[in-house]
Ligand binder design. Structure first.
Ligand SMILES: Nc1nc2c(ncn2[C@@H]2O[C@H](COP(=O)(O)OP(=O)(O)O)[C@@H](O)[C@H]2O)c(=O)[nH]1
Ligand SMILES: [Mg+2]
Length: 453
């Protein structure tokens, strides 16, 4: 996610925090790089200009030069302003007390509406709601089938009307939901390849017919500023309440996510980060800023883990971590869990203090998963529980059993120790109290936020 932008901003951060004193020229040079990084990420020129001016203004106002940690102070300002740019705090779905609630999705063809509709149904259902999907993309039969397939997969009913009147189908869909005791209706609409008047008129007509609690515009993160311009056109013509930004898992440069709020005034409410049905996240601007700056996103990681791991197992693990009793068995279980959660890389990206450069070195490919599993499974129960007893001859035996080199066994044990160390630091910091989210960087990492509270 936003690899290039992250790399560049993190390079700026490392330079800033790597020195004790900063001159005004240093700050200016850093801001020039921030500006370039944002422009290259396809953030609109006006937004970038405004952003840099704000950061500069605060850097001067807060008297960065005379602060004890000038680099960190500038980094904190950049971080706060990045979060503010994306809306500051999360913007929730606002649903009224009526039944059923109605949510309508609009956007260009291919932006990810149908997928997002199904994912949203899935998310709401996990929150105890009884969603129904309504297929209003009457122009492409395949689109209706797509929604039906997703609905079947999730066990969420899909209303498909007869005929080609999207407005009528939407209205009937809501009536059907009421009759079937569904309490939230998600209306999937048709898009076109480009902004056109007819599409927006239809969206407006559906909106007027079903009076949604929320209209969400889906925009494709991969299309950068173009997506933001489309959103602007929709905001003027159809109006909407918030944005679902899709395909953030790809190599999107970040421009759309960073500028859409500033340009349209509409907050991003959800981020879609994959094709799987659970790949829809509530969008947290502050966490996203942390993620972009390589400060990790522990809270999202924990939430993701909690959604996957059973609560009890997670609690047990946490207790073991705190007690420093993390074993290779736990390590293996964690790896399996991680694999279930999604790509390892996206998970690693959320761990604070793992900067991207380190991430590249530490990148574990999926095949390596199997190798790691094989190695651990070749160990005796005692060895798994107490890896420190694994001496040279044990290493040879394990390597033989797993069909790998001794080198691989050594590497795994080192990884395990590193992970154990990192987890210890994390849990220690968590234990210190203060805000849950404000972890510092693990020891020795530049750019730590530990001093800001
Ligand atoms: N990688 C990825 N693909 C997505 C995401 N959301 C949608 N897609 C894919 O994008 C394509 C278009 O999505 P669809 O929901 O049909 O778009 P619609 O035309 O707006 O309804 C499909 O192939 C989806 O699987 C996402 O968050 N990540
Ligand atoms: Mg569709």
């Amino acid at each position: 996610m936003f690899d290039n932008l992250s790399d560049r901003l993190q390079a700026v951060i490392n330079r800033l925090t790597g020195r004790g004193r900063l001159s005004e020229a240093d700050v200016d040079a850093a801001l020039r790089e921030v500006r370039m990084a944002l422009l290259e990420a396809d953030v609109s020129f006006a937004v970038v200009k405004d952003f840099v001016a704000r950061v500069r203004g605060r850097a001067v106002g807060e008297d960065v030069m005379s602060s004890l940690t000038p680099g960190q102070t500038v980094v904190k300002i950049v971080r706060d302003e990045l979060a503010a740019l994306m809306g500051g705090t999360e913007s929730r779905l606002v649903l009224s007390g009526r039944t059923p609630n109605v949510i309508m999705l609009v956007g260009l063809q291919g932006s990810g509406k149908t997928t997002a509709a199904a994912k949203l149904a899935n998310l709401l259902r996990k929150q105890g709601r009884r969603p129904e999907l309504v297929a209003c993309d009457v122009y492409r039969p395949a689109a209706i089938e797509q929604l039906e397939t997703l609905g079947r997969e999730l066990g969420v009913p899909v209303y498909r009307g007869e005929g080609a009147n999207a407005v009528a189908i939407a209205r009937e869909g809501v009536a059907a939901a009421r009759a079937n005791m569904r309490d939230v209706v998600i209306v999937d609409t048709a898009g076109r390849l480009h902004v056109d008047g007819e599409m927006m008129d239809e969206a407006a007509a559906i909106r007027d017919a079903v009076r949604p609690d929320q209209v969400l515009m889906v925009i494709d993160a991969m299309t950068g500023q173009d997506a933001v311009n489309v959103a602007k056109a929709f905001a003027e013509r159809v109006d909407f309440d918030g944005v679902v930004i899709s395909k953030l898992d790809g190599d999107a440069r970040g421009g759309a996510a960073l500028s859409v709020k500033a340009v349209t005034g509409k907050p991003v409410k959800f981020a879609s980060v994959g094709e799987k049905m659970d790949a829809l996240e509530v969008f947290h601007p502050d966490r996203m800023a942390d993620r972009i700056l390589g400060m990790g996103d522990v809270l999202s990681l924990i939430e993701k883990a909690q959604a996957t791991v059973e609560e009890k197992a997670a609690e047990e693990l946490e207790a073991r971590l705190r007690a420093g009793e993390f074993t290779l068995d736990d390590f293996l279980a964690q790896l399996k869990q991680l694999r279930k959660m999604g790509s390892l890389e996206s998970i690693l990206g959320m761990i604070p203090g793992l900067n991207r450069a380190a991430l590249k070195d530490a990148r574990i490919d999926e095949k390596q998963f199997d190798r790691i599993a094989a190695i651990i499974q070749s160990m005796t129960a005692k060895e798994r529980a107490k890896p420190q007893i694994i001496n040279g001859s044990r290493r040879e035996r394990i390597a033989l059993g797993a069909g790998v080199q001794v080198f691989d066994v050594n590497q795994l044990l080192k990884q395990f120790n590193d992970m154990k160390k990192m987890m210890k630091q994390l849990t220690a910091m968590q234990g210190k109290g203060g805000k849950r989210r404000r972890f510092g960087m693990p020891g020795g990492m530049p750019g730590g936020f530990g001093g800001f509270r």
